[in-house]
Design a protein around this ligand. Structure first.
Ligand code: SF4
Length: 891
């Protein structure tokens, strides 16, 4: 049973990764095998999935799951664990007040979980100390929306991106971070080549490959760029004085601030030549149907809120908002960041898009909840919350569905704070996360394939997530855990929810309570639904007021903003000085996502297919910076800031701007020796949103000198690694491991036995060359490879994907075993090279061979190798490889 429902063979649910919110059909075959495919009827993706969504079935095993409650590492039953949580929170509040406790929750929670967490903290504990990892993701967009619109409203829909004649992507690597939106955009552009795409990003990302114009802007130069655009528009005929006069306030001040910047200052602040600035301004001016998409590159900034408002100013000034193919568009990172916003999961918001700073809203929510108390001021935002944990102000902390020891800035300090906190509760699905190890009480939560509820995607579309597998062990829904604690804290009546449906219905009722169109978020049409209707709920966009026929899914074409005067506000912003570097820390670190991993890898790290794309942490560095620092391609680089250090592989590439580094934020202590890049990120935040500036961090970098480099494949998971560098990744049939050593152990054979679990009676096949330092060892049990280890003084040259394949093939003949020792396939067999297409496991060498054989388009490569023909996430990379081969051939 899942959520009280019999397990069915085919279930419509929603992908749990990014904010696109793709519909998924999960199927259980007769033999119990689970497979997933895109839901052709879901309006977010119409059947498409990206590589992560396609691999969902590979991430649902029970390996590493928390199966029962634990107290100080020992098994407990739910009653004991929940009683302890409730009593420790109650005692702490009684002794130190409501602000001495906190919840740190997540955009991974379902709306129902979020709703109960927010109700308990703000309405019954009486503190607003509930914040979420969405603070790190898009809180600047929330703050910008609220300043301009009077509410946290996303005006448009995904369809607008397809209908636009100009799509501006700023601070968004859409191809990797919102791949299905990218696919929709790429398809629209292919069908209508006159459509223009502008990418604004310091890096030349894969997204830039479809751009008509790539503006390699300085970090945080976006405010100045959109100020310049506003000033340009104000001098053109496309400024809409009627809309400005009827529906907005503050234009004169915003224009005065924007027009104060000279073209020379704009060039300096943006790092862009005047020709590119003018080209961009003209494109915007001349194209009525323009959508500006923005994501973490805008939000994760000390000026993130001003960036958002600088963008909104331009759309308001031209009335290009809320009409088909027009508008600003915030793309959320997480699957339910929007749902969290709807329930007030941020410390500075109240439920149902009401304002915590508005006494009438506070009274309204308190009346609705009939609560004894209500928080009437903002709580601590994420960075400040963990500072308060560190200084002892917060003495009891409940962390749900997130891994702040990896994802928070100044992550080592966050780890120390949590370790020192007197009482820490963690609700999660996995035992071995970097955060769960600090839990006094560890509570087993339901995973994606088991839980029931709703999520809201970036276009305000609410979809069901449906459980289709039974709950493992004693795992329970997060909303249930919270409601049980609420009851045990003495709030029986308010937390008597019996199902996710009951929670959703109350959430819908609150959205409609005393609303009458005064608030944007209204799903009152669902406030009386029963279990059956909830079970069969189709995806829908809000608003959906009760009894009203919804005419449009867009906001603000005719004004109707949510400030008291129903007018929007232009915000007069000022361009920040963006350079944070110094002589000691001369480089700018930018952190972000890669195509095939999600957040801190706790789920995607389980998939061999996803791990094959990029198997270790890396730093993109410009060739000239690398040369000046003595860093060779594939060497190791140590990155340091005043807050911490990380060690990653160097990826030397001209895609990276000079003076900058890009490092992915995914790797944690379970997968690498020292690659938690957020330990390096400074806890600098935006003054309005409190969102950390994760993309403009002053660092230094140096070559990490090591005695030798290694690569290994092992059938058993390597244990006890403690080398200068290691990075572990799942592979078919076992694991792959990158290594580096400061010194040689007494015996390499013994080192392998210890770390790869090789029995003593198995002798290795191998060779060692004392002169070159090369060493190769392979351990076979009969015809089965247990482990192979390759060592060299330089980064090891081994056909890695071929070596990994050897874990799953038989080696009856000696020649095959010697090929393993050699680390390359014998004559007549090709090393596929690094994986490009995860769906069909196609490597770069295969694609290069196909291009040389005459396949000069992505379609031709797809026909030859299947690469890029399933989820399409790799099509930009394939295009890049083709271009590279053709350019090289032309030289
Ligand atoms: Fe999931 Fe990919 Fe869709 Fe995002 S784009 S929701 S990760 S399938």
């Amino acid at each position: 049973m899942a959520g009280g429902r019999p397990v069915s063979t085919e279930t419509k649910t929603t992908c749990p990764y990014c904010g696109v919110g793709c519909g998924v059909i999960a199927r259980i075959d007769d033999n119990g095998t689970v497979s997933v495919k895109g839901d052709p009827d879901h309006p977010a993706n119409f059947g498409r999935l990206c590589s992560k969504g396609s691999a969902l079935a590979e991430t649902i095993d029970l390996d590493g799951r928390v199966l029962y409650p634990q107290i100080d590492g020992r098994r407990a039953d739910w009653d004991e664990a929940l009683d302890l949580v409730a009593s420790r929170f109650s005692e702490t509040i009684a002794e130190h007040g409501p602000d001495s406790v906190a919840f740190y929750v997540s955009g991974q929670l379902l709306t129902e979980d979020y709703y109960v967490a927010n109700k308990l903290m703000k309405g019954f504990i009486g503190s607003a100390n509930i914040d979420t990892n969405s603070r790190l993701c898009m809180s600047s967009s929330v703050a910008g929306h609220r300043r301009a619109f009077g509410a946290d409203t996303v005006p448009g829909t995904y369809e607008d991106i397809e209908l636009a004649d100009l799509v501006i992507l700023t601070g968004s690597n859409l191809a990797w971070c919102h791949p299905v939106i990218y696919q929709r955009l790429a398809a629209a552009k292919a069908a209508r080549p006159s459509m223009k795409v502008v990418v604004i990003d310091p890096r030349r990302t894969m997204t830039a490959d479809i751009a008509d114009l790539h503006l390699a802007i300085r970090p945080d130069g976006d405010v100045a760029l959109f100020m310049g655009l506003l000033a340009h528009l104000a001098g053109s005929t496309v400024i809409d004085q009627n809309y400005i006069g009827t529906h907005t306030n503050g234009f004169a001040e915003a224009f005065a601030a924007a027009s104060a910047l000279s073209i020379a200052e704009l060039m300096e602040l943006t790092g862009l030549p005047s020709m590119q600035l003018r080209q961009f301004f003209r494109l915007f001016e001349e194209t009525e149907k323009v959508v500006t998409c923005y994501s973490q590159g805008v939000n994760q900034s000390a000026s993130g809120t001003d960036k958002v408002n600088a963008i909104l100013n331009c759309h308001l000034a031209t009335a290009r908002i809320g009409r088909p193919g027009m508008g600003p568009f915030s793309l959320t990172g997480q699957p339910n960041a929007m749902g969290g916003r709807e329930v007030g999961g941020l410390a500075n918001m109240l439920a149902a898009h009401m304002a915590i700073e508005n006494p009438e809203d506070c009274d309204r929510v308190q009346r609705f909840w009939q609560s004894p108390d209500i928080a009437r001021k903002s709580g601590l935002k994420a960075v400040d919350m963990f500072r308060a944990v560190a200084d002892g102000t917060i003495k009891a902390l409940w962390i749900m569905a997130t891994n702040p020891v990896v994802s928070m800035p100044d992550a080592d300090a966050v780890a120390a704070a949590i370790a020192a906190c007197p009482f820490v509760v963690v609700s999660d699905i996995l035992t071995d996360t970097d955060t769960a190890k600090f839990a006094h009480v560890l509570l087993p939560s339901l995973g994606w394939s088991e839980k029931d509820g709703t999520v809201t995607n970036s276009e305000r579309r609410i979809s069901r997530q449906r459980g289709y597998l039974p709950a493992p062990g004693d795992a329970k829904a997060d909303w249930w855990q919270l409601a049980e604690v609420g009851r045990r804290m003495g709030f029986e009546g308010a937390f008597s929810f019996g199902s996710a449906t009951e929670v959703f219905v109350e959430h819908a009722a609150l959205s409609a309570f005393e609303n009458d169109g005064s608030r944007d978020f209204d799903i009152g049409a669902y406030r009386r639904i029963d279990e059956t209707t909830y079970e069969t709920l189709e995806p829908f966009q809000w608003p959906q007021p009760e009894g009203a026929q919804v005419q449009t899914t867009r906001f603000f074409a005719d004004g109707g903003f949510f400030h008291p005067d129903r007018k929007a506000r232009f915000i007069a912003v000022s361009a920040p000085v963006s350079d944070r570097t110094s002589a000691e820390f001369p480089l700018t670190l930018n952190t972000g996502r890669i195509r095939d991993q999600w957040h801190t890898m706790t789920r995607t790290g389980k998939s061999a297919r996803l791990s094959a794309h990029i198997a270790e942490p890396f730093a993109e560095i410009h060739p000239r910076d690398a040369m000046e620092l003595g860093i060779a391609s594939a060497g190791l680089v140590e990155i340091e800031s005043p807050y911490g250090k990380a060690v990653v592989r160097a990826l030397v590439t001209e895609r990276q701007a000079r003076g900058s580094l890009f490092v992915p934020m995914h790797w944690n202590d379970q997968f690498a020796a020292k690659a938690r890049i957020d330990a390096v990120v400074a806890p600098v935040t935006d003054p309005f949103s409190g969102q950390p500036a994760s993309k403009n961090v002053a660092v230094t970098a140096r070559r990490l000198k090591v005695a030798s480099y290694g690569f290994a494949v092992s059938a058993a998971k390597p244990q006890g690694l403690d080398t200068a560098y290691w990075a572990l990744a799942k592979a078919d049939g076992g694991w792959r491991l990158e290594l580096a050593f400061d010194a040689a152990p007494e015996s390499w054979t013994q080192w392998c036995r210890t770390h790869f679990g090789i029995p003593d009676h198995i002798e290795p096949l191998g060779y060692a060359d004392a002169q070159t330092g090369d060493l190769r060892l392979a351990f076979f049990d009969g015809d089965r490879l247990l482990a192979a280890f390759f060592l060299a003084r330089q980064p090891v040259a081994v056909a890695r994907n071929w070596a990994i394949e050897q874990l799953t093939v038989r080696h009856a003949e000696l020649a095959k075993r010697f090929a393993v020792v050699a680390g390359r396939p014998g004559a007549g067999r090709m090393d596929p090279g690094a994986t490009v297409c995860s769906c069909f496991s196609v490597g770069v060498n295969q694609i290069v061979a196909a291009v040389r054989g005459g396949c000069h388009s992505v379609e031709a490569v797809g026909k030859e190798l299947n690469a890029g023909t399933n989820c399409g996430s790799c099509r930009a990379e394939i295009r890049g490889i083709i271009d590279g081969c053709l350019a090289a051939a032309a030289e």
